[in-house]
Design a protein around this ligand. Sequence first.
Ligand code: ATP
Length: 366
Amino acid sequence: MAEVKLQNVSKVYENNVVAVKDISFTVEDKEFVVLVGPSGCGKTTTLRMIAGLEEISKGELYIDGKLMNDVPAKDRDIAMVFQNYALYPHMTVFENMAFGLKIRKYPKNEIKKRVEEAAKILGIDHLLNRKPKQLSGGQRQRVAVGRAIVRKPKVFLFDEPLSNLDAKLRVQMRTEISKLHQKLEATMIYVTHDQTEAMTMGDRIVVMKDGIVQQIDTPLNLYNRPINKFVAGFIGSPAMNFIPGKIIRYNGLRFVSDKNQFSFLINENQNTFDNYIDKKIIVGIRPEDFIPASMMQNDNLEEINCEVDVVEPMGNESFVYFQIDEIQIVARISSSIIIKPGQKFSFSYNPAKIHLFDGESEKRIA
Ligand code: ATP
């Protein structure tokens, strides 16, 4: 299998649209890396440059240490699975899966062996004689994946392969692709705009915005130590709450929100904040890090008193909406705690789980 390395890669389209700006990352051999970001952030362009379907404007692409910039797509030993499956409608499942091998002039018995093997892995061996229109969306997607597997490529590329499937099937296929990765021990690069897909599938995740890589890290590190406010807000659902304010000196260092409804003592190394006194700061708190004050064992923790706006019961937990400084905040709490809209309620929060961002650069502080 293979290592994929991008070094200062940029893409400028003909009309001067800069789709990807100076990105560098390495996908290790056998690694599953997910490129994630909002629509238009350049993830598909990046994948297409790796595949050889799009020219690289600047920078270098290496596969297994070999420079690939000028190697045609067909010679890169890469297979790509597309969002729209791209199956040939007039061919059977078998013919669709065999096509890539046939044009590469593989012997008939080898093609048959590989197609049957892949079909078995994907649970579509009973569908080999059907045409694509006689298949469900999930089955078509499996055929598209099967077509990639039979080639035994060095690298698999997936471009939003599950977006056309319904929610339940998407979750199921997610697991199947992860299992496939373990089984094939292949290098895989997967593009999605869905942060849940990224978090559940990736060994590492590359978060992109406006053609620029924001952070490359494991799912847990992205979640626990997002490098800036964008990553903090993009990863996690419901999204992290943000409250602007500043740090003042008052019996030590305190964060005070803009409209004074929320403040807390900063316990971290105080020197870290020397440059931030009286400057704009944004506090980030994940919905699950608000805790009903009645459940807190440590009486010293500060509380926020609020009036509940909306409660969304999710089964095992509820999303509780309220306001701090007139900003809508969401907390995730156990549904065993009964809360009603209009009720006065006190929340506390885990001080160790609070995130602080520079109000200007939006970068993480400390
Ligand atoms: P999505 O999730 O919507 O597919 P993406 O993150 O994959 O988005 P890209 O498709 O890579 O984003 O597009 C990145 C930027 O490049 C966008 O601004 C897009 O409009 C632009 N772009 C993409 N393809 C072309 C093209 N062929 N010519 C000009 N601009 C393009």
